[in-house]
Design a protein around this ligand. Sequence first.
Ligand code: ARG
Length: 459
Amino acid sequence: QSNAMWGGRFAAGPDAIMEAINASIGFDKRLYAQDIEGSRAHAAMLAAQGILTDKDAHAIREGLLTVLSEIDSGAFDFSATLEDIHMNVEARLKALIGEAAGRLHTARSRNDQVATDFRLWVRDQCDAADAGLVALCRALLAQAEAGADWVMPGFTHLQTAQPVTWGHHMLAYVEMFSRDLGRFRDARARMNECPLGAAALAGTSFPIDREATARALGFDRPMANSLDAVSDRDFALEFLSAASICAVHLSRMAEELVIWASAQFRFVALSDRFSTGSSIMPQKKNPDAAELIRAKIGRILGAQVALFTVMKGLPLAYSKDMQEDKEQVFDAADHLMLALAAMEGMVRDMTANVPALEAAASSGFSTATDLADWLVRELDLPFREAHHVTGALVALAEAKGCDLPDLSLEEMRGVHDGIREDVFGVLGVHNSVASRVSYGGTAPERVREQVVRWKEALG
Ligand code: ARG
């Protein structure tokens, strides 16, 4: 038996394999609310334009609400023979209200319908990412505020570099995640145009009002070119791109938490709520959430690569290839939101080990740069020479198995006889961070200013 929706020119129905490869209902049922919202807006517009009678439009709009509640409650029977969410909803509408249901598809195609549904869905995900990122930034700000003057080692090459403040490190992530926030907001603004009314590809001869449907669905305006409207998925690519960058940021932070929570570092204690145990080693407290967040970039970037590859080389306008867009975006969005929520929880709950941070900051010759700067400032050495003198002092301390402040003045003067007692003032880590007052620097006063700025910015 041929397809009830498009089978007019067909004598036979599809092969079972054809049906299996063609059906998208298994995943695009997730678009049901957007599909119904779009159809209700379309029906209202058709009636307002005199294309549908008020009576039919009313029956359609009420019937669609019934379908919505059936799907919401789990009572709806999805059919693979009906291919996708669009035809499943329409078929059920027909069963509920009869012939009038067949008038809903006037001046519309599944091509503009799916483009509209998917845009609405991705737009919601931009908002969800927005909320998740704001919550995460607030958690980071709380940590930054508490530890504006806690000292920890800053690293390059994961080797001790210079002391920094805990608050400064937290704020580095606030900067990164807030740029992610900006990317999702930009993407949302750019995607907020309505494809509905593009019909199959060329527009329609019916006197539709695309401004009205765009407005009803919360879009800023209708898309200006019907071919473009049904052809592109750049809004999804842009979402995935923003998601991938965000997932990279999450992964880097997660990696730091894994390292920091290790017995060798002991920089932080993660809460029980965001840790797991081992079934064999009773002592274990594993940072599984951080590890999983670290890994999410794999599937999120995977989704991005998959959709870029699907879209590449597609001729205008719609091709069925584009049905392969949704699962990638669904999966990436689900896992991004989960990762954001888990990171927020971990950051909120984690306890910095302030003495361990300070001890680590004080080791590894972390104030060698401060010493070199002192030689430049106080003894007027060229920086290159100061660097060399400091290097010799580090070598001396290393040979003695001590840190720079543990060298005696005599030992120091053995390397450079201009060195004076007050050099010890710059060798302490608190003095070191306090001196980094340049804009964007790690000094506690700069950190506090940034915390204030971010609190205002995030509202
Ligand atoms: N299920 C389809 C998709 O996700 C809907 C659009 C179908 N359009 C078509 N001309 N067959 O892309």
